[in-house]
Design a protein around this ligand. Structure first.
Ligand code: SF4
Length: 329
Protein backbone atom coordinates (compact mmCIF):
# COMPACT_ATOMS: atom_id res chain seq x y z
CA UNK A 1 0.00 0.00 0.00
CA UNK A 2 1.32 3.48 -0.89
CA UNK A 3 2.19 5.97 1.85
CA UNK A 4 -0.05 8.95 2.40
CA UNK A 5 1.12 12.54 2.40
CA UNK A 6 -0.49 15.77 3.49
CA UNK A 7 0.84 18.75 1.54
CA UNK A 8 0.06 22.44 2.03
CA UNK A 9 -1.32 23.82 -1.24
CA UNK A 10 -1.62 27.56 -1.82
CA UNK A 11 -2.31 27.09 -5.51
CA UNK A 12 1.07 28.60 -6.41
CA UNK A 13 3.72 26.87 -8.48
CA UNK A 14 5.90 25.68 -5.59
CA UNK A 15 3.18 23.86 -3.69
CA UNK A 16 1.86 22.32 -6.91
CA UNK A 17 5.32 21.02 -7.72
CA UNK A 18 5.80 19.62 -4.21
CA UNK A 19 2.63 17.59 -4.65
CA UNK A 20 3.61 16.40 -8.08
CA UNK A 21 7.08 15.33 -6.93
CA UNK A 22 5.50 13.11 -4.27
CA UNK A 23 2.89 11.78 -6.67
CA UNK A 24 5.74 10.74 -9.00
CA UNK A 25 6.98 8.55 -6.15
CA UNK A 26 3.59 6.90 -5.83
CA UNK A 27 2.48 8.66 -2.66
CA UNK A 28 -1.21 9.24 -2.10
CA UNK A 29 -1.50 13.00 -1.53
CA UNK A 30 -4.15 15.01 0.30
CA UNK A 31 -3.83 18.77 -0.25
CA UNK A 32 -4.54 21.27 2.48
CA UNK A 33 -5.31 24.89 1.77
CA UNK A 34 -5.08 27.31 4.66
CA UNK A 35 -7.39 30.30 4.59
CA UNK A 36 -7.21 33.29 6.89
CA UNK A 37 -9.31 36.43 6.92
CA UNK A 38 -6.46 38.04 5.00
CA UNK A 39 -6.04 35.49 2.21
CA UNK A 40 -7.85 35.25 -1.07
CA UNK A 41 -7.69 32.66 -3.83
CA UNK A 42 -9.54 29.63 -2.49
CA UNK A 43 -10.47 28.96 -6.12
CA UNK A 44 -6.83 28.96 -7.18
CA UNK A 45 -6.11 26.17 -4.72
CA UNK A 46 -9.23 24.28 -5.83
CA UNK A 47 -8.20 24.55 -9.48
CA UNK A 48 -4.67 23.44 -8.66
CA UNK A 49 -5.97 20.45 -6.68
CA UNK A 50 -8.24 19.56 -9.58
CA UNK A 51 -5.37 19.77 -12.05
CA UNK A 52 -3.22 17.57 -9.83
CA UNK A 53 -6.04 15.12 -9.14
CA UNK A 54 -5.80 15.36 -5.35
CA UNK A 55 -8.53 15.84 -2.74
CA UNK A 56 -8.46 19.24 -1.08
CA UNK A 57 -9.25 20.12 2.51
CA UNK A 58 -9.64 23.82 3.27
CA UNK A 59 -8.81 24.73 6.84
CA UNK A 60 -9.48 28.09 8.41
CA UNK A 61 -8.02 30.02 11.24
CA UNK A 62 -9.40 30.15 14.74
CA UNK A 63 -9.52 33.31 16.84
CA UNK A 64 -6.04 32.54 18.20
CA UNK A 65 -4.69 33.49 14.77
CA UNK A 66 -5.58 37.11 15.51
CA UNK A 67 -3.33 36.97 18.58
CA UNK A 68 -0.56 35.67 16.38
CA UNK A 69 -0.96 38.65 14.03
CA UNK A 70 -1.07 40.99 17.00
CA UNK A 71 2.05 39.64 18.70
CA UNK A 72 4.16 37.45 16.44
CA UNK A 73 7.06 35.80 18.22
CA UNK A 74 9.22 36.02 15.09
CA UNK A 75 8.17 39.47 13.90
CA UNK A 76 6.82 40.85 10.65
CA UNK A 77 8.03 40.95 7.07
CA UNK A 78 7.85 44.02 4.85
CA UNK A 79 4.13 44.40 5.41
CA UNK A 80 2.32 43.21 8.53
CA UNK A 81 2.97 39.59 7.61
CA UNK A 82 4.03 37.37 10.49
CA UNK A 83 5.08 34.63 8.08
CA UNK A 84 7.20 32.46 10.39
CA UNK A 85 4.53 32.36 13.10
CA UNK A 86 1.85 31.86 10.47
CA UNK A 87 3.67 28.89 8.90
CA UNK A 88 4.09 27.34 12.34
CA UNK A 89 0.35 27.74 12.87
CA UNK A 90 -0.42 26.22 9.47
CA UNK A 91 1.78 23.19 10.05
CA UNK A 92 0.28 22.60 13.49
CA UNK A 93 -3.12 22.42 11.78
CA UNK A 94 -1.73 20.27 8.99
CA UNK A 95 -0.25 17.87 11.55
CA UNK A 96 -3.71 17.36 13.06
CA UNK A 97 -5.20 16.62 9.64
CA UNK A 98 -2.34 14.23 8.90
CA UNK A 99 -3.01 12.36 12.11
CA UNK A 100 -6.71 12.06 11.31
CA UNK A 101 -5.89 10.74 7.83
CA UNK A 102 -3.10 8.45 8.96
CA UNK A 103 -0.63 10.32 6.71
CA UNK A 104 3.01 9.80 7.67
CA UNK A 105 4.43 12.42 5.32
CA UNK A 106 3.82 16.14 5.86
CA UNK A 107 5.26 18.37 3.16
CA UNK A 108 5.22 21.83 1.63
CA UNK A 109 6.55 23.65 -1.41
CA UNK A 110 8.93 25.89 0.52
CA UNK A 111 12.12 26.67 -1.38
CA UNK A 112 15.22 27.49 0.64
CA UNK A 113 16.13 31.17 0.30
CA UNK A 114 13.17 32.07 -1.89
CA UNK A 115 11.27 34.34 0.50
CA UNK A 116 13.16 36.68 2.81
CA UNK A 117 10.74 36.38 5.70
CA UNK A 118 10.15 32.67 6.12
CA UNK A 119 12.38 30.59 3.88
CA UNK A 120 15.87 31.22 5.14
CA UNK A 121 17.50 28.07 6.50
CA UNK A 122 17.04 29.20 10.09
CA UNK A 123 13.36 29.99 9.45
CA UNK A 124 12.73 26.56 7.99
CA UNK A 125 14.32 24.98 11.08
CA UNK A 126 12.27 27.14 13.45
CA UNK A 127 9.03 26.39 11.60
CA UNK A 128 9.65 22.63 11.72
CA UNK A 129 10.69 22.68 15.37
CA UNK A 130 7.95 24.94 16.70
CA UNK A 131 5.20 23.17 14.82
CA UNK A 132 6.28 19.92 16.49
CA UNK A 133 7.48 18.46 13.16
CA UNK A 134 11.25 18.58 13.62
CA UNK A 135 12.81 15.91 11.46
CA UNK A 136 9.44 15.15 9.87
CA UNK A 137 8.62 18.16 7.73
CA UNK A 138 9.59 17.42 4.15
CA UNK A 139 10.41 20.16 1.63
CA UNK A 140 10.69 18.13 -1.57
CA UNK A 141 11.93 21.08 -3.69
CA UNK A 142 14.91 21.86 -1.45
CA UNK A 143 15.32 18.55 0.39
CA UNK A 144 18.83 17.91 -0.96
CA UNK A 145 20.05 21.08 0.76
CA UNK A 146 18.47 20.13 4.10
CA UNK A 147 19.11 17.27 6.54
CA UNK A 148 17.26 14.05 5.64
CA UNK A 149 13.87 13.78 7.28
CA UNK A 150 12.57 10.69 9.05
CA UNK A 151 10.38 9.75 6.11
CA UNK A 152 13.43 9.80 3.82
CA UNK A 153 15.50 7.77 6.30
CA UNK A 154 12.74 5.19 6.58
CA UNK A 155 12.48 4.94 2.81
CA UNK A 156 8.89 6.19 2.59
CA UNK A 157 10.23 8.88 0.26
CA UNK A 158 13.17 8.36 -2.08
CA UNK A 159 15.59 11.21 -1.35
CA UNK A 160 17.45 10.67 -4.62
CA UNK A 161 14.31 11.76 -6.49
CA UNK A 162 13.91 15.01 -4.55
CA UNK A 163 15.45 18.37 -5.49
CA UNK A 164 17.93 20.97 -4.28
CA UNK A 165 16.36 24.21 -5.51
CA UNK A 166 17.49 27.40 -3.85
CA UNK A 167 16.80 31.13 -4.14
CA UNK A 168 14.35 33.36 -5.94
CA UNK A 169 15.05 32.37 -9.53
CA UNK A 170 12.05 30.39 -10.80
CA UNK A 171 13.68 29.16 -14.01
CA UNK A 172 14.36 25.62 -12.81
CA UNK A 173 10.97 25.36 -11.14
CA UNK A 174 9.27 26.40 -14.38
CA UNK A 175 11.32 23.84 -16.33
CA UNK A 176 10.25 21.14 -13.90
CA UNK A 177 6.61 22.19 -14.23
CA UNK A 178 6.91 22.04 -18.01
CA UNK A 179 8.46 18.58 -17.81
CA UNK A 180 5.43 17.50 -15.77
CA UNK A 181 3.12 18.98 -18.42
CA UNK A 182 1.48 21.63 -16.21
CA UNK A 183 -1.14 23.41 -18.29
CA UNK A 184 -0.26 26.84 -16.92
CA UNK A 185 2.42 28.30 -14.66
CA UNK A 186 0.92 30.34 -11.81
CA UNK A 187 2.57 33.72 -11.37
CA UNK A 188 4.20 34.41 -7.99
CA UNK A 189 1.78 35.98 -5.52
CA UNK A 190 1.24 35.39 -1.84
CA UNK A 191 -2.51 36.06 -2.11
CA UNK A 192 -2.25 37.45 1.42
CA UNK A 193 -3.16 41.07 2.19
CA UNK A 194 -0.78 41.08 5.16
CA UNK A 195 2.18 41.18 2.78
CA UNK A 196 0.94 44.37 1.10
CA UNK A 197 2.70 47.49 2.33
CA UNK A 198 -0.45 49.54 1.64
CA UNK A 199 -2.49 47.24 3.92
CA UNK A 200 0.02 47.15 6.76
CA UNK A 201 -0.71 50.64 8.19
CA UNK A 202 -4.32 49.61 8.87
CA UNK A 203 -3.14 46.51 10.72
CA UNK A 204 -0.56 48.38 12.79
CA UNK A 205 -3.06 51.13 13.61
CA UNK A 206 -5.48 48.55 14.98
CA UNK A 207 -2.82 46.70 16.94
CA UNK A 208 -1.28 49.81 18.45
CA UNK A 209 -4.36 51.90 19.21
CA UNK A 210 -7.17 49.44 19.86
CA UNK A 211 -6.39 46.83 22.48
CA UNK A 212 -10.01 45.68 22.52
CA UNK A 213 -10.10 44.88 18.81
CA UNK A 214 -11.00 41.34 17.87
CA UNK A 215 -11.89 39.26 14.86
CA UNK A 216 -14.72 41.61 13.80
CA UNK A 217 -12.29 44.55 13.64
CA UNK A 218 -9.62 42.62 11.76
CA UNK A 219 -12.15 41.35 9.21
CA UNK A 220 -13.22 44.95 8.61
CA UNK A 221 -9.69 45.83 7.49
CA UNK A 222 -10.57 44.24 4.15
CA UNK A 223 -13.43 46.67 3.57
CA UNK A 224 -13.43 50.37 2.76
CA UNK A 225 -11.22 53.35 3.38
CA UNK A 226 -10.00 53.50 7.01
CA UNK A 227 -9.59 56.91 8.57
CA UNK A 228 -8.19 57.67 12.01
CA UNK A 229 -10.12 60.54 13.68
CA UNK A 230 -8.43 60.41 17.07
CA UNK A 231 -6.73 57.80 19.25
CA UNK A 232 -10.05 56.31 20.34
CA UNK A 233 -12.08 56.72 17.18
CA UNK A 234 -11.87 55.71 13.58
CA UNK A 235 -14.13 55.86 10.56
CA UNK A 236 -14.58 53.43 7.69
CA UNK A 237 -15.93 54.73 4.40
CA UNK A 238 -17.36 52.42 1.72
CA UNK A 239 -15.58 52.95 -1.62
CA UNK A 240 -18.17 51.26 -3.81
CA UNK A 241 -21.63 49.77 -3.54
CA UNK A 242 -20.56 46.29 -2.42
CA UNK A 243 -18.46 47.82 0.35
CA UNK A 244 -21.39 49.97 1.47
CA UNK A 245 -23.53 46.84 1.70
CA UNK A 246 -20.77 44.92 3.50
CA UNK A 247 -20.45 47.68 6.10
CA UNK A 248 -24.21 47.71 6.66
CA UNK A 249 -24.19 43.94 7.18
CA UNK A 250 -21.37 44.14 9.68
CA UNK A 251 -22.99 46.89 11.69
CA UNK A 252 -25.35 44.41 13.33
CA UNK A 253 -23.07 41.38 13.25
CA UNK A 254 -22.23 39.60 16.53
CA UNK A 255 -19.08 41.21 17.89
CA UNK A 256 -19.85 44.55 16.20
CA UNK A 257 -18.23 47.51 17.97
CA UNK A 258 -19.64 50.17 15.65
CA UNK A 259 -21.17 53.12 17.48
CA UNK A 260 -22.64 54.92 14.45
CA UNK A 261 -23.39 54.23 10.82
CA UNK A 262 -24.50 56.78 8.23
CA UNK A 263 -26.34 55.63 5.11
CA UNK A 264 -27.39 58.20 2.45
CA UNK A 265 -31.17 58.43 2.14
CA UNK A 266 -31.61 58.99 -1.58
CA UNK A 267 -28.34 60.14 -3.08
CA UNK A 268 -25.20 58.41 -4.28
CA UNK A 269 -22.78 58.55 -1.41
CA UNK A 270 -20.80 56.29 0.87
CA UNK A 271 -21.86 54.39 3.95
CA UNK A 272 -19.74 55.65 6.83
CA UNK A 273 -19.14 53.62 9.99
CA UNK A 274 -17.71 54.99 13.22
CA UNK A 275 -15.94 52.81 15.78
CA UNK A 276 -15.29 54.50 19.09
CA UNK A 277 -17.06 56.79 21.56
CA UNK A 278 -19.64 59.15 20.06
CA UNK A 279 -19.66 62.91 20.52
CA UNK A 280 -21.17 65.77 18.52
CA UNK A 281 -17.85 66.52 16.90
CA UNK A 282 -17.40 62.88 15.83
CA UNK A 283 -20.88 62.87 14.26
CA UNK A 284 -19.97 66.03 12.45
CA UNK A 285 -16.79 64.37 11.13
CA UNK A 286 -18.90 61.42 9.94
CA UNK A 287 -21.22 63.86 8.11
CA UNK A 288 -18.14 65.49 6.63
CA UNK A 289 -16.90 62.16 5.29
CA UNK A 290 -20.26 61.51 3.63
CA UNK A 291 -19.97 64.93 2.01
CA UNK A 292 -16.35 64.46 1.01
CA UNK A 293 -16.89 61.13 -0.75
CA UNK A 294 -20.25 61.90 -2.42
CA UNK A 295 -19.99 62.81 -6.08
CA UNK A 296 -22.16 65.20 -8.08
CA UNK A 297 -24.63 65.68 -5.23
CA UNK A 298 -26.17 68.91 -3.97
CA UNK A 299 -25.69 68.37 -0.24
CA UNK A 300 -27.81 71.28 0.92
CA UNK A 301 -30.88 69.04 1.33
CA UNK A 302 -29.03 65.75 1.75
CA UNK A 303 -30.23 63.48 4.53
CA UNK A 304 -28.74 60.31 5.96
CA UNK A 305 -30.04 57.49 8.08
CA UNK A 306 -28.08 57.60 11.32
CA UNK A 307 -27.94 54.19 12.93
CA UNK A 308 -26.73 53.75 16.47
CA UNK A 309 -27.11 50.41 18.25
CA UNK A 310 -30.88 50.03 18.74
CA UNK A 311 -31.93 53.34 17.16
CA UNK A 312 -32.27 54.88 13.68
CA UNK A 313 -33.03 58.51 12.79
CA UNK A 314 -33.20 60.41 9.51
CA UNK A 315 -31.23 63.64 9.65
CA UNK A 316 -29.70 66.37 7.54
CA UNK A 317 -25.95 66.40 7.49
CA UNK A 318 -23.77 69.04 9.11
CA UNK A 319 -20.30 68.37 7.71
CA UNK A 320 -17.26 69.17 9.78
CA UNK A 321 -15.04 71.17 7.47
CA UNK A 322 -11.89 69.50 8.79
CA UNK A 323 -13.13 66.09 7.65
CA UNK A 324 -11.25 66.67 4.40
CA UNK A 325 -8.00 66.81 6.36
CA UNK A 326 -8.44 63.51 8.18
CA UNK A 327 -5.72 60.99 7.61
CA UNK A 328 -6.48 57.89 5.55
CA UNK A 329 -4.58 54.87 6.78
S1 SF4 B 1 2.02 35.42 3.32
FE1 SF4 B 1 0.29 35.56 4.76
S2 SF4 B 1 -0.63 33.50 4.70
FE2 SF4 B 1 1.41 33.32 3.81
S3 SF4 B 1 2.74 32.75 5.50
FE3 SF4 B 1 2.83 34.98 5.35
S4 SF4 B 1 1.27 35.72 6.77
FE4 SF4 B 1 0.83 33.55 6.39
Amino acid sequence: MSSRAVVLLSGGLDSMLAIRVLQEQGLEVEAINFQTIFTCCKNTAAQAAHELGVPLTVIGQEDDYIELVRRPKYGYGKGANPCVDCRIYMFQQAAQVAEQLGAEVIASGEVLGQRPMSQKRRDLEIIARESGLEGRLLRPLSALLLPPTEVEQRGLVDRSRLFGFHGRNRKHLISLAQSYGFKSIPSPSSGCALTETTFAPKVYDLIQLDAESGRWDFELLNIGRHIRIDEATKAIVGRREEENIALQQRFTQPGSRASLMLVPESFRGPTVMIIGPLADEIESYADGLVARYSKDVDLTDARVYKHTPGKTTLESIAPHEQAVELCTL
